[in-house]
Design a protein around this ligand. Structure first.
Ligand code: WT7
Length: 652
């Protein structure tokens, strides 16, 4: 950790916002940022009330913020609104009605463009389709889909009628579907026959068929025809999307919902136990994603915006769909892999649709850099005016590559720090106002009051690392963990209960200009390619194999993925394991969780290093996985022999 800090403190490069960009930016001067930031902290009622007033409300709120029952904050209490209305209907009474809302490209190269008016029709049909299947306000709808327009339509249809969607990333396995669907008691699953990924069909329906019988609450499965793959349709349970939509009314007014009515659940990994169902609510999330999109991406009426995330993660929820459409912008959606058919696919898309704003992840940037400068160089990328990154710390080399090869040294880069829990971007530079510093996220967005504190809650000086906390609530914050208020309080609010601060779980430090540099997770969470995975989940998956007695999973630095997964596995006494068993275990984890959780390394060992009280010494394993000499105190280690043995194995 300390090496990394020194490294970044030595980073002296600052990139001023280009004059041409700054002169037209929505927030164009530092004074304006300072004034609005001050207002947002000193008088959040006025600041957030003003932002919310830019959107449509069936009934205005009585109270902007209610902090009476901490940490169960409420925002825009008494207000009635609808996020689907704000993303779609709100744009129909102006020239925007014929503007492209979604430009979609499938991996095979097929294309769909939906204007706001067309999107409205499709969302109304889907909402009526869901109603026809018996879905009501408050019901949970699981969505397990490829990146196709119907995914966005399904979300907006749920939001329209007040059904709570729970999107499950299409790369997760049937077991992961079961866990999530059962946890939320979903009544309906929306899926597709398949999706295209790297030239092959991902059999989504097959996974749903495996999962659904284990989920007694699931009454209906709605299936979009995407790949024309042969699928079995269970009588009475499964329905083709196009058939249902052909049989319903085209008119479906948006339901006026309470600002605090839940909007969606999205599962994310924690240090312990099963994934946590992050619950977001309607009004605050809407206002937060709207205003961050507006100012951080500096959205202009004529912009074409592309975020390359999958909607299965929060980035896609907030910054492909909700925040972007709430602004009436054009959002590009791409189904497939970045290197299909070749490593230039993204640049081809940027060139083809003249994308102006491009938002991706450091892991992708490192892959592009590795694939070579010649790929973006073939394309006209002059339409780009702003770049963004999200998901993990970006190393300055990757930042510079992005700046040179994609931004062609003309485009500001926003490095946006946030979390599934925060709903919207929290720390970033504002592109027209602040210099960017490679590797550093920047300053707090409006209404965000972060701090870096010690374990005891004392402020930490610039240049020293500590725990990143947020001292005041913000509108798009999670409201709870679905069905588990106690865990919500425990995970996020118990550490600094007295002070009422939100614990992010990240370590960070500030430079002398107040720029935040995020170091990474402090808990047992690994950030693989910008996706959060709990070591516990992977360990449980491993232990469910007969080849495994005990497992300890740790992250290690990985050139492309940011962090890789290393599993130390002890085998049952007397069992002989071979190299081939490593692959078996990797496949086993993929089957239990999904390919994303496959360990990069598996190391068999007779036993795991433990303290005398029986705790696995993870930090020590982390050092071994990273190939570092252990600086750790090993005096409490139970059996010194283990350490030497693990090292030998690592070197062999
Ligand atoms: C964790 C949240 C937010 C959408 C994608 C990930 C890390 C996120 C940055 C950034 C350094 C970052 C943090 C955070 N992270 N953005 N710009 N710089 N680290 O959402 O799965 O909820 O993960 O991702 O560690 O806590 P998530």
């Amino acid at each position: 950790m300390s090496n990394q800090i020194e490294h970044v403190l030595e980073e002296t490069r600052f990139f001023e916002p280009p004059a041409a960009f700054a002169s037209q930016a929505a927030i164009g001067t530092r004074e304006e940022y300072d004034r609005l930031y001050k207002q947002s902290i000193d008088d959040p009622e006025t600041f957030w009330g003003n932002v919310a007033s830019e959107l449509h409300w069936f009934k205005k709120w009585d109270r902007v913020r209610n902090a009476e029952n901490r940490p169960f904050y409420k925002w825009f209490e008494g207000g009635k609104t609808n996020l689907s209305y704000n993303c779609v209907d709100r744009h129909l009474d102006s020239a925007r009605k014929n503007k492209a809302a979604i430009i979609w490209e499938g991996e095979p190269g097929d294309q769909v463009i939906l204007t706001y008016q067309e999107l409205h029709q499709r969302v109304c049909l889907a909402a009526n389709g869901l109603k026809k299947l018996g879905v009501k306000k408050g019901d949970r709808v699981a969505i397990y889909m490829p990146m196709i327009p119907e995914l966005a339509i399904a979300m907006l249809a749920c939001a329209r009628i007040g059904a709570i969607h729970s999107i499950i990333f299409g790369g997760f396995s049937a077991n992961a579907i079961v866990d999530r669907v059962q946890d939320a008691d979903c009544t309906t699953i929306i899926t597709a026959d398949g999706g295209w990924r790297r030239g092959s069909v991902v059999d989504l329906k097959v996974a749903v068929d495996e999962a659904a019988p284990k989920c007694p609450t699931v009454k209906n499965v709605l299936v979009v025809k995407r790949t024309n793959t042969a699928v079995t349709m269970a009588e009475g349970r499964d329905h083709w999307w196009h058939e249902v939509m052909a049989s319903v009314d085209a008119n479906c007014p948006a339901e006026p919902l309470d600002a605090e009515d839940p909007l969606y659940i999205l599962y994310t990994s924690g240090s312990t136990g099963k994934p946590k169902g992050i619950l977001h609510s309607t009004g605050g999330y809407m206002v937060g994603t709207y205003v961050t999109s507006k100012y951080i991406f500096d959205l202009r009426e004529e912009d074409t915006y592309w975020c390359t995330a999958d909607i299965g993660w929060v980035t896609g929820h907030s910054y492909i769909v909700y925040g972007i459409l709430a602004n009436g912008a054009t959002t590009v959606m791409y189904e497939g892999a970045p290197n299909q058919p070749g490593p230039d696919r993204f640049w081809q898309i940027v060139d083809k649709y003249k994308v102006n704003i491009f938002y991706t992840a450091p892991t992708a940037i490192r892959a592009f850099a590795k694939w070579g400068d010649q790929h973006p160089a073939k394309y006209d990328l002059s339409s780009l005016r702003l770049l963004g990154t999200v998901g993990e710390p970006i190393n300055p080399e990757a930042w510079m590559w992005y700046h040179r090869n994609i931004g062609r040294e003309r485009c500001p880069i926003v490095d946006t720090w946030w979390q599934t829990e925060t709903g919207a971007i929290m720390i970033t530079t504002l592109p027209g106002v602040m210099s960017a510093k490679p590797g550093s996220a920047g300053l707090p967005f409006f209404g965000v009051k972060p701090a870096i504190v010690s374990e005891e809650g004392e402020d930490v000086d610039a240049g020293h690392s500590g725990l990143l906390v947020v001292k005041e609530p913000w509108p798009s914050m999670l409201r709870t963990l679905y069905g588990d208020d106690a865990r919500y309080k425990e995970v996020y609010w118990s550490k600094f209960e007295k002070q009422g601060w939100y614990l992010t779980g990240d370590g960070a430090f500030c430079d002398k200009n107040g720029y935040y540099m995020i170091i990474g997770r402090l808990d047992d969470v690994i950030n693989v390619s910008g996706h959060r995975l709990g070591t516990m989940e992977i360990e449980s998956a491993l232990v469910s194999s007969p080849l495994v007695a005990e497992a300890a999973v740790v992250g290690f630095p990985h050139d492309l993925k940011g962090q890789g997964i290393c599993a130390f596995v002890s085998v049952p006494t007397g069992m002989e394991v071979t190299e081939a068993d490593k692959e078996k275990l990797r496949e086993h984890v993929a089957h239990e969780i999904g390919a994303i959780a496959k360990p990069d390394q598996i190391r068999f060992t007779d036993s795991l290093p433990k303290t005398r009280s029986g705790k696995i010494m993870r930090r020590l394993l982390r050092d071994i996985a990273a190939g570092n000499e252990t600086k750790q105190d090993t005096t409490t280690l139970e059996d010194f022999g283990i350490l030497a043995k693990l090292r030998e194995d690592a070197e062999s």
